[in-house]
Write a protein that binds this ligand. Structure first.
Ligand code: TTP
Ligand code: MG
Ligand code: MG
Length: 346
């Protein structure tokens, strides 16, 4: 592949930053956006927290009850998705004007292929202009990473957060990656990292000592990907087709439950919601994933990939219920959350 220059942009503490912008009196105070904490008895999770709140260990996906415990005096706000989506659209309208080749990956994150500039100096100027335009027009800060591929660009963003900017040129990749923790590599979550830590592999530099074969033996197909990523390789293209990769919905019960009426009743609603969104976007799916979170936050997923793509509601119902049933049979534990996600969309 020819030399590319890829830019990654991600808005800083997006939902919480929008709330701060709308309510300047929140500035400088810890702000948590997410489920209702109900004085510590709330059952949902944190969507995001501003950097003041992060000092207390509060982060996305943390149970809201723990967030409340960590900082009861924080400002807790509900998720105002309508507003965030509007702001997201405005931001992305700005971002996507900077290159013909773009990919919006989430509400607050996008890639631009800016290879046409053919110099990192020009790329730096473009990035600064883009950051400034968003700040001026939307009064929001962002972080930009630039590198020879999507992987490096995104990791540069993560490293430079918040309100930062970082370029990692091809000849700087080794020095950039090797001191990082294995978990800083996208695709290495806590479970994978733990398996590496037990064999004393903590840094990317140490990870590079493992052969491709060894990693494949440890992690299957993903092992090959890890091998590539540890070396900073990523052939993935910036492509708008990947805007929606999956559609999913989930529900946290008010109380942990084993009541099949409650569980399957809720599950039906979730499935219908997912199907509606598929329908609205004119998508078919091939893979169904059911997520089940037991009491104590122990979370598992089960997936089924169909022979052929479909948008049929009955198939979605039948297959996802079969997966959910397996969870119910496997463990007698109370259930906290269930969800369905469909992917391999076409
Ligand atoms: P992120 O970009 O992952 O996080 P962030 O913008 O809040 O903070 P930063 O990028 O500075 O680290 O996610 C963007 C938004 O998506 C986030 O503001 C809220 C939402 N979100 C959730 O609702 N739940 C989640 O688990 C995550 C990770 C994000
Ligand atoms: Mg963000
Ligand atoms: Mg993001």
């Amino acid at each position: 592949m020819k030399n590319r220059i890829i830019l990654h942009i991600d808005m800083d503490y997006f939902f919480a930053q929008i709330e701060e912008r709308e309510n300047p009196r929140f500035k400088g105070k810890p702000v948590v956006v997410g489920a209702d904490p109900k004085k510590g008895r709330g059952r949902g999770v944190v969507s995001t927290a501003n950097y003041e709140a992060r000092k207390y260990g509060i982060h996305s996906a943390l149970p809201i009850s723990l967030a409340f415990k960590a900082c009861p005096e924080a400002i807790f706000l509900p998720v105002n998705m309508g507003l965030y989506k509007k702001v997201s659209e405005k931001v992305m309208n700005i971002v996507t004007r900077y290159s013909k080749i773009w990919e919006v990956v989430s509400v607050d994150e996008a890639y631009l292929d800016i290879s046409f500039l053919s110099s990192y100096k020009k790329a730096e100027n473009l990035a600064k202009k883009l950051k400034n335009e968003i700040l001026k027009k939307e009064k929001l800060t962002s972080t930009i990473g630039i590198g020879p591929n999507k992987l490096i660009a995104k990791m540069a963003t993560n490293k430079a957060k918040p309100n930062g900017f970082l370029i990692v040129k091809p000849d700087q990749i080794k020095k950039f990656l090797e001191p990082l923790d294995v978990q800083d590599l996208p695709g290495i979550g806590p479970k994978t990292a733990e398996k590496l830590r037990v064999i004393s592999i903590n840094k990317v530099k140490e990870l590079k000592e493992l052969s491709r074969l060894k990693l494949k033996n440890m992690f299957g197909v993903v092992g090959g990907k890890i091998y590539e990523r540890a070396r900073g390789s990523d052939e993935g293209e910036v492509s708008p087709e990947e805007i929606i990769k999956s559609i999913g919905k989930e529900h946290t019960f008010e109380e942990d439950t084993r009541d099949p009426k409650v569980i399957f009743g809720t599950f039906d609603k979730i499935i219908k919601g997912v199907h509606q969104e598929l329908f609205d976007n004119k998508f078919s799916f091939k893979t169904i994933t059911v997520i089940c979170r037991y009491q104590g936050f122990e979370t598992h997923t089960k997936s089924k990939t169909l022979e052929e793509s479909t948008h049929n509601l009955e198939i979605l119902k039948k297959e996802s219920k079969r997966l959910l049933l397996k969870f119910l049979i496997e463990k007698p534990k109370l259930i906290r959350l269930i969800g369905v996600r469909v992917s391999h969309l076409s």
